[in-house]
Design a protein around this ligand. Structure first.
Ligand code: ATP
Ligand code: MG
Length: 418
């Protein structure tokens, strides 16, 4: 579990705000959810025979003896919230949420025990149009952020019925090579054979590669659904590869599944993953409601953004106020507040703790501010300020206090309030 320190939090805030603005521009609204849920919610939604439920959840008994779990993902909570708040009955919802998730995994680069996800869910939509939108809006995010090293993999898992035919076939295949399966796979063979395809064990890869594929078992409707999705992506110019072995780790998916993967982050290559989960709402006690969504790991997004040479806009101050002499501090506060009143978004930092001109200017320089605003006895007496550029060789100038805001705004490329 990591501390997100000030030297990187600017990048986090920038990325989060871009992602938020993009999804809002497609009509998704924020929902904020508790970090704790009843353990049963995750058991039922994610599924018993999954890495998450088997070995990754932070589960404990509260003072009342009730089993609670720190959420390992957001989809189950979104659905639970939709049901308990009556958001799904005869309604459609386009939602996003963001925050920490918890999984007891082996910590390594790109894999943490508390990590952050941005999560988008569309509930009540059946057609492939929403699936396409959810993918197309990802492509827009990558463009806005200048992220290029991502490829899109898609697959269809069909309906529960067609998947059950596939499952049978898969079990027959894996039984025929049972002596070569690892322990995890043998255990999954009975309870959840599809998850064998998701195995991360390199020794299993050849066996997995030779397994039958779901796409050959798709029912007519799922097949059409998948065709339309592909057509919509083609028309939007979003390229993809069909990966018939993409099954995703969780139990609740049906039809569309997809993953944005990168080669820039070593073995933790999945940046954004999602899919359709038409059966989940009903499984959790709601009325049958189709749904689709994705989740993106923010740590991996940050790492990929940096690997692609991305830099967040600077967050240092525009001006640093240097003040020396009697009453200088009062004057400094008044000047700084005046600037904050008049110039939208200006960042002003005051020198605290006094000091000589020289030492204050040193701090000003260290703060990375664009300008030092200099208030000495003479400036105060004449109702002027000294404006000293810190990032260029331009000379210091003396400016009358009543035109300071206009002058400074012009230099900073900002606007002055009415
Ligand atoms: P992986 O195959 O890498 O374990 P996953 O299938 O478990 O991923 P999801 O449950 O789909 O991942 O979560 C969505 C996204 O959250 C992933 O694509 C990834 O970017 C991120 N993510 C998942 N687990 C972690 C973790 N432990 N630390 C950091 N990010 C994570
Ligand atoms: Mg995982």
């Amino acid at each position: 579990m990591n501390d997100i320190l000030p030297d990187v939090s600017g990048t986090w805030r920038y990325l989060e705000s871009v992602v938020r603005d993009v999804v809002q521009s497609y009509g998704y609204a924020e929902i904020r959810l508790p970090l704790l849920e009843q353990t049963e919610l995750f058991r039922r939604s994610i599924g018993e025979v999954t890495d998450i439920v088997e070995k990754e959840m932070y589960t404990f008994l509260d003072r009342n003896g009730e089993s609670l779990t720190l959420r390992p993902e957001a989809t189950a909570s979104v659905v639970r919230a939709g049901i308990t708040n009556g958001l799904l009955h005869n309604q459609r919802q386009k939602l996003w949420t963001m925050g920490p998730m918890f999984r007891y995994e082996k910590p390594q680069q790109g894999r943490y025990r508390q990590f952050y996800q941005f999560d988008v869910e569309a509930l009540g939509f059946e057609g492939p149009d929403v699936d396409a939108e959810l993918i197309i809006l990802c492509a827009r995010m990558w463009r806005v952020l200048g992220i290029s090293r991502l490829t899109l993999e898609i697959n269809s898992l069909g309906t529960p019925e067609s998947r059950s035919r596939y499952r049978q076939n898969l079990v027959e295949y894996f039984c025929s090579v049972k002596s070569e399966l690892d322990d995890d796979s043998i255990r999954r063979l009975e309870q959840n054979p599809l998850r064998i395809l998701d195995s991360k064990n390199p020794e299993m890869q050849a066996i997995v590669a030779a397994a039958p594929v779901m796409l050959d078992f798709l029912d007519e409707e799922s097949s059409e659904h998948f065709q339309s999705l592909k057509g919509l992506l083609d028309a939007a110019g979003v390229s993809y590869t069909v990966n018939p072995r993409l099954v995703r780790g969780l139990d609740y998916y049906s039809r569309t599944v997809f993953e944005w993967v990168t080669d820039a982050l070593g073995s933790q290559g999945a940046v954004c993953s999602g899919g359709r989960y038409d059966g989940l709402v009903e499984k959790l006690g709601g009325r049958s409601t189709p749904a689709v969504g994705w989740a993106m790991g923010i740590e991996r997004l940050v790492a990929l953004f940096e690997a692609c040479g991305g830099e967040a806009p600077a967050t240092s101050a525009d001006v640093y106020v240097v003040a020396v002499g009697d009453n200088a501090l009062e004057y400094a506060f008044a000047t700084a507040e005046g600037l904050r009143d008049k110039i939208a978004g200006i960042k002003v930092e005051l020198n605290f703790g006094g000091g000589s001109f020289k030492s204050q200017l040193k701090r000003a320089d260290k703060s990375n501010a664009e300008y030092a605003l200099i208030l000495g006895e003479q400036e105060i007496a004449e109702k002027r300020v000294g404006l000293k550029p810190l990032r260029s060789t331009e000379d210091q100038s003396s400016i009358a206090i009543d035109v300071l805001a206009e002058t400074l705004a012009a230099r900073l490329g900002k606007s002055v309030a009415g």
